[in-house]
Design a binder for this molecule. Sequence first.
Ligand code: GDP
Length: 177
Amino acid sequence: YGDYNQKIDYVFKVVLIGDSAVGKTQLLARFARNEFSVDSKATIGVEFQTKTLVIDNKTVKAQIWDTAGQERYRAVTSAYYRGAVGAMLVYDMTKRQSFDHMAKWLEELRGHADKNIVIMLIGNKCDLGSLRAVPTEDAQEFAQRENLFFMETSALESTNVETAFLTILTEIYRLIS
Ligand code: GDP
């Protein structure tokens, strides 16, 4: 239900990147449909989902892209980044390696994307606090140095997911309006 004739003022493409299994698909499922599934994905290939929201009385359609497994084959293509105005760089806070790879992902992103792209670093799976392998301060420091927004989330428990997407979308809106 909803207004089929709803006027869309802006479409913002936001890409999710990061190692396999950090929770990109579940973050998207949580944000777009308020769903979570423990046994994630079967499909390979680029996919996106949309969610329409209102920012500052304007109707914004967020088009969020998920690599859907491409990263396993180092096959995230430039088409994936094309037209993106936002990016979420996701690591799993219980997997140090996924955080250590953030610099590589950032380099790839900066090589492909528009220079004004808004980037947010996301430490996902904060519900698994006892297994934490990445201190908040390490991530904060990296984010500050690289000029990224930063948030810790849990797609499972819904912690900060909405806030993270709203923050990046609002910042994109602020930059282009
Ligand atoms: P992707 O490969 O980056 O898209 O990762 P997925 O979204 O497929 O998630 C990988 C695995 O981590 C799945 O088993 C998910 O159920 C699990 N997962 C994703 N997000 C969370 C989270 O916030 N907390 C916990 N505990 N598990 C999560």
